[in-house]
Design a protein around this ligand. Structure first.
Ligand code: GTP
Length: 219
């Protein structure tokens, strides 16, 4: 159910949403430098398209997709944050109740990789300490322009106890895998009762909301 544009407006429609039938609700937040492809990843997953002429996100956008995993309905609340520095104070407020963070960089842009330590500091400061974080190197369709070697990114992710995946929003490579594997891991952790609801403010009309998590093996 697409629900937003690149407007950054608060999703007021949520307040009139009726109770839906689902087994789990997870909040996933995408962060990373401007232009790395966060919005395109979300659009590819939620709408199955690669939008042409995508403008920069203003503040935060929001989309929902419900998927079925092993017979269970999983509602994914996906928050797409603006990468531009000037929106940082707005976007930071969305980290805290995230169950999972998708930290995205562009494999053709060394700068977006070099900024990762800065993003990690943001996560440390603003996210809950049980959040699952996955590092995503996007735009692998532009292999000839690659500036960040896969091994280097894998080593970085491992050193930071993060999962790692490379994607192409344009070619739809690994995009479903990214979100579905995250959902599987979140379910697995939920079933093990690794829940900490203290940081989660439930949305009106929502049922079970969880926040927690430790690292997992997504591959
Ligand atoms: N070749 C290629 N281009 C991509 C891919 N993903 C995104 N792009 C392009 O990269 C540019 C930025 O994409 P966005 O999705 O708007 O990037 P963003 O990270 O949301 O940027 P902000 O909203 O400013 O934070 C656009 O021109 C996209 O068409 C991809 O997988 N491959």
């Amino acid at each position: 159910m697409p629900s937003s544009s690149k407007s950054g407006d608060i999703p007021v429609f949520l307040f009139s949403m009726s109770m839906e039938d689902y087994d789990y609700l997870f909040k996933i937040v995408l962060i990373g430098n401007a232009g790395v492809g966060k919005t395109c990843l979300v659009r590819r997953f939620t709408q199955g398209l690669f939008p042409p002429g995508q403008g920069a996100t203003i503040g935060v956008d929001f989309m929902i997709k419900t998927v079925e995993i092993k017979g269970e309905k999983v509602k994914l609340q996906i928050w797409d944050t603006a990468g531009q520095e000037r929106f940082r104070s707005i976007t930071q407020s969305y980290y805290r109740s995230a169950n999972a963070l998708i930290l995205t960089y562009d494999i053709t842009c060394e700068d977006s990789f070099r900024c990762l330590p800065e993003w990690l500091r943001e996560i440390e400061q603003y996210a809950n300490n049980q959040v699952v974080t996955i590092l995503v190197g996007n735009k692998i369709d532009l292999a000839e322009k690659r500036e960040v070697l896969r091994q280097r990114a894998e080593d970085f992710a491992e050193a930071q106890s993060m999962l790692y995946l490379e994607t192409s929003a344009k070619e739809s490579d690994n995009v479903e895998k990214l979100f579905l594997d995250l959902a599987c891991e979140l379910i697995r952790e939920a079933k093990q009762n690794k829940l900490d609801n203290s940081d989660t403010a439930p949305m009106p009309g929502e049922g079970k909301t969880i926040s927690y998590l430790s690292c997992c093996n997504i591959n």
